[in-house]
Ligand binder design. Structure first.
Ligand code: FES
Ligand SMILES: [Fe+2]
Length: 392
């Protein structure tokens, strides 16, 4: 982080602690409860979510040439493959012959991907290499029948994909030069993946995203856990187009009130969440990173999927380093399951049965306000009228 930015951010957070304030929105935001369970809106949002980047892997998951993984992103089956030049490509895992799934394994290493139905064979670059009884396909230009390729980029040690052919993908541009440089300076690109887990959540995807954006609840819901080291309702919020940085002050931040600005790193006294709209959060702490990917289900507005990756800036070598990372994961699991999700899943039932029409996001819930306004706007602006753009 630039020296001036560091000084400004530290002052801003300490002023908020002193005054018991935070960065505010101009007004309250009222949102209809139906945004969480309206099936028509859910379909429009899925169309929006498919237009933006998501993380499909950490670089540790694809090491050698030919290493691959299969996954699914908002209904699109993906085959992600490490190339000979070190780059990574993402393909639709759908055969160009008659549409069968090409690769069934979750991961592995291959030079050729052969569709099980009639054995059409694709190279790791997605090109169609051959098919049995090829004389039956005289007149077909093989070069036009490679696997369909999606935009894919490796940035900050993470593999990003947009499941829409021809979409823009430039994570540095999305983060903006300042925040991109800050993430780069954390060493995330050289990080080591310690844990990765995916959960099916019985809640709308925006409820899950809200939870990661929300510092208001830190010292209300998490009195015995997170509140021990983070300040509740004290954040600095900075928006760059479709990404934003939320910096939450640690309890310890007041220790550097009078310190020489060159003698400390503000990262040690805060937690920064770089959110890449719509569902990716890069949460950076001094000794580990949490990478969140949240996406909607393809059918049910009340179901979503959340993947969390725990990364370490370096490979843990000593038993103590391993233990510290394990403890971080355990604390996260405890707060998530027993506190966050235990409470937020009740919103799902209440949306259907609670006789409450409208929810309210306070001026102090600025990140949530920005997120809800953006998705509400995009679900109208970026989606074609019902029937014209829907693939259902
Ligand atoms: S469907 Fe894949 S080879 Fe026929
Ligand atoms: Fe929480």
């Amino acid at each position: 982080m630039e020296r001036d930015d560091k000084i400004e951010l530290t002052r801003r957070l300490i002023a908020h602690v002193d005054n018991n304030t935070t960065d505010y929105a101009d007004t309250l935001l009222r949102v209809p409860f139906a945004v969480f369970n309206d099936p028509e809106l859910a379909e429009r949002e899925r169309q929006v979510v498919r237009k933006f980047p998501h993380i499909v892997a950490h670089v540790d998951e694809l090491v050698k040439t030919g290493d691959f993984l299969t996954t699914e992103l908002i209904g699109t089956p993906l085959l992600v493959v490490k190339q000979s030049d070190g780059s990574v490509k993402a393909f639709s895992n759908v055969c160009r012959h008659r549409g069968a799934k090409v690769e069934f394994a979750e991961s592995g290493c291959k030079r050729v991907f052969s569709c099980p139905y009639h054995n059409w064979a694709y190279g790791k670059d997605g090109a169609l290499r051959g098919m049995p009884h090829s004389e039956g396909f005289d007149g077909m230009d093989r070069s036009e029948y490679g696997l369909v390729e999606f935009p894919c980029e490796v940035r900050h040690g993470l593999i990003w994909v947009v499941p829409t052919v021809g979409a823009d993908l430039d994570i540095a541009a999305v983060l903006g030069p300042k925040h991109d440089a800050e993430v780069a300076a954390t060493g995330m690109a050289e990080s080591y993946q310690v844990r990765k887990e995916t959960w099916r959540l019985e809640m709308n995807w925006k409820i899950a995203v809200d939870g990661v954006q929300d510092s208001y609840h830190l010292c209300q819901l998490h009195t015995k856990t997170v509140c021990n080291y983070l300040q509740g309702n004290i954040t600095a919020f900075d928006l760059v187009d479709r990404s934003w940085r939320i910096v939450v002050a640690r309890k310890s931040i007041t220790e550097v009130r009078d310190a020489d600005p060159d003698s400390f790193d503000v990262r040690d006294y805060s937690l920064a969440n770089y959110t890449v709209y719509p569902g990716t959060m890069l949460v950076t702490e001094p000794n580990h990173f949490e990478i969140w990917t949240i996406v909607p289900d393809t059918e049910d507005p009340n179901v979503s999927y959340c993947t969390i990756r725990l990364l370490s800036p370096t490979k843990p070598e000593t038993p103590r380093e391993v233990r510290i990372l394990e403890k971080n994961w355990e604390l996260l699991m405890e707060t998530l399951h027993a506190e966050d999700w235990f409470v937020t899943k009740t919103i799902t039932d209440n949306a259907a049965n609670g006789q409450v029409d409208e929810l309210i996001y306070g001026r102090n819930e600025l990140p949530g306000q920005v997120f809800h306004k953006m998705i509400t706007d995009d679900a109208v602006r970026l989606v074609e009228p019902a029937g014209a753009g829907s693939n259902r």
